[in-house]
Design a protein around this ligand. Structure first.
Ligand code: ATP
Ligand code: MG
Length: 558
């Protein structure tokens, strides 16, 4: 999928690097990886990283591993691992291998021993507060403590003891011995192992010590022979450390490259904050259709194509930026416009009786995909004497430019007849209860010999055949463009109207057989998909995205 796109646009900086490395013979083939920490569900920002890593490899005949950076036993869970694998596959990518940093724990331990033996790591007994205070500031150098001069033998002994579990959490750490005066804070003897007596989702209770991210990530890349290790900008300052470990351990030289993380308007992109929304019940679950998670977007009705297309369109930047969510919605509409089945659903029913129509049912033929023209498949919908139209499509005293139904006025019913409103029926309180209309038998769609001209086309359902459906109308989860940057708690900016439920909508009968993998356009309304809570007793649709002005064109065609 990436090939055609690469031709159409100029190369991004990562493609340039890869091409150069292949041309110069530095790499014979490329191997990338997507390295999530299984401490939450993936979000659209991760989708950017997935498409980038897998896309690059596909483009240049390489491969991509999915590797879980599971070095923190406290926050990680199997549920997250499973959801991540599912999301990557759903996006359309096949990992060459599915791997875990925890598979390398023994090897990483050996790497640490190697550093100790080279005099490049030491066990420090200081508390975390002491270590922090000795670290200095960006403008002042840090200071070495007395543990820094421990002998290799003593360090080996203590590190072995740390592993054996005789010390408690926080009692000791293993640090790389680099440079307490380095202008780069990450090089001031970073902690590489800590004691954590916690159960790990894969290694169980085998380990009492766990490697820090910086000591696991680059080494895992190296063990797998990853050629291009692509991560987000916040890791630029970690790169010297990444390279230092590779050099000192004399292992395969993976190289790290950084790009700008994706930020989107009207949402947040941090697993920690998304977890808060779930735990504090602002949303129902990680896959709540309002969430920017891949599972939330999937449930909302997003297609993998639209997400891939979006990440491709925004390109790869070296500077942080905020992308307008309407671009994501644009890519979605573009896909759905082609691939969503058209259906008729009346959201707010108003009954009409066609007084000159016989007591019978007539099947009307209509297109499933109007965009495909003649090639579109077709379906039949029942038409009868009593129908429902949308309340808002009728006005008793319409303004000049109202092209829908009004007393004495005519409209076409989509794929059926032209009707004219003859009489407005009201209850005692003056509320309109139904309309009496007549139809023109000569005006049938596709075979119209009436010569009548109308300006509006309405969607409708037959009263006797319509099925009740629940519509979940989702809106943006936040009221402000950039909730993470607002003052105070990001949760203060949640949109209180992000979900409205319509329980009185009536749908054309074919939707009784709606399928989870199908996408629908409820004509003149919005795009919808079947929700996973849906059952035969209660059919539930999620609003994926509005049509915007898309429907105007559709309506004119009749
Ligand atoms: P978060 O900050 O949302 O919790 P994270 O960076 O901690 O995300 P990881 O599981 O470590 O999550 O991320 C896996 C990969 O996805 C990393 O390479 C990371 O750089 C990348 N990634 C995470 N967020 C984004 C984003 N918003 N845009 C692009 N890439 C991202
Ligand atoms: Mg991370």
């Amino acid at each position: 999928m990436a090939e055609s796109n690469a031709e159409a646009r100029s190369l991004n900086f990562l493609e340039e690097i890869v091409e150069e490395d292949l041309k110069s013979g530095k790499n014979k083939t490329i191997l990338t990886r997507f390295p999530p920490e299984p401490n939450g569900y993936l979000h659209i920002g991760h989708a950017k990283s997935i498409c980038l890593n897998f896309g690059l490899a596909l483009e240049y005949g390489g491969k991509t591993n999915l590797r879980f950076d599971d070095t923190n036993p406290v926050k990680e869970e199997t549920e997250y691992v499973e959801s991540i694998i599912e999301d990557v596959k759903w996006l359309g990518f096949n990992p060459d291998k599915i791997l875990y940093a925890s598979d390398y724990f023994e090897q990483l331990y050996e790497f640490a021993v190697k550093l100790i033996k080279k005099g490049l790591a030491y066990v420090d007994d200081s508390s975390s507060e002491e270590i922090a205070s000795q670290k200095g500031t960006p403008t002042e150098p840090g200071e070495a403590n007395k543990y820094r001069n421990r002998s290799v033998e003593e360090n080996l002994q203590l590190f072995r003891e740390m592993r054996s579990g005789i010390y408690e959490d926080g009692e000791k750490v293993l640090r790389a011995k680099i440079d307490m005066g380095s202008p780069n804070m990450h090089m001031r003897d970073p902690i590489i192992y800590r004691i954590k007596k916690a159960h790990h989702h894969r290694t169980g209770n085998d380990w009492f010590i766990y490697p820090m991210y910086d000591f696991a990530h680059g080494q895992s890349d190296s063990i797998e022979h990853i050629t291009h290790s692509i991560c987000t900008l916040e890791f630029i300052s970690h790169r010297p450390l990444y390279d230092w470990f590779i050099e000192k351990l004399e292992i395969f030289p993976s190289r790290q490259y950084e790009f700008a993380r994706l930020n989107l308007t009207f949402t947040i992109m941090s697993k920690r904050k998304l977890l808060q929304l779930v735990n504090e019940k602002y949303v129902d679950s990680w896959d709540d259709p309002r969430m920017p998670t891949i599972s939330g977007l999937r449930r909302r009705g997003y297609t993998p194509e639209s997400i891939r297309n979006f990440t491709d369109r925004i390109g790869v930047q070296k500077r942080d930026n905020l992308i307008d969510v309407s671009l994501l919605e644009f890519c979605l509409r573009e896909d759905l416009n082609k691939n969503a089945l058209r259906k008729m659903v009346v959201f707010d029913p108003l009954k009409i009786v066609i007084t000159n129509y016989p007591e019978q049912v007539e099947m009307m033929t209509t297109e499933d995909y109007p965009e495909a023209g003649e090639k579109s498949s077709k379906r039949e919908i029942p038409f009868s004497r009593e129908l429902y139209i949308e309340k808002e499509d009728f006005m008793e005293n319409p303004p000049k430019k109202f092209f829908r139904l009004a007393p004495g006025k005519s409209v076409r019913l989509k794929s059926a007849y032209i009707i004219q409103c003859e009489q407005v029926i009201k209850d005692n309180q003056g509320n309109i209860t139904e309309l009496h209309c007549i139809y023109f038998p000569e005006s049938k769609s596709g075979n119209d010999a009436s010569g009548l001209k109308v300006q509006g086309t309405l969607h409708w359902v037959s009263k006797a055949h319509a099925i009740p459906v629940e519509l979940r109308l989702y809106d943006r989860l936040f009221k402000v463009e950039n909730p993470a940057m607002e003052e105070g708690d990001f949760k203060d900016y949640i949109n209180p109207d992000s979900l409205e439920i319509n329980r009185h909508a009536l749908a054309e009968p074919s939707l009784a057989n709606a399928k989870f993998n199908e996408r629908y356009q409820f004509m003149r309304k919005a795009y919808f998909c079947l929700d996973k809570d849906s059952s035969e007793e209660k059919i539930i649709f999620n609003r994926t995205v509005s049509l915007k002005d898309g429907w105007a064109k559709e309506v004119k065609k009749g």
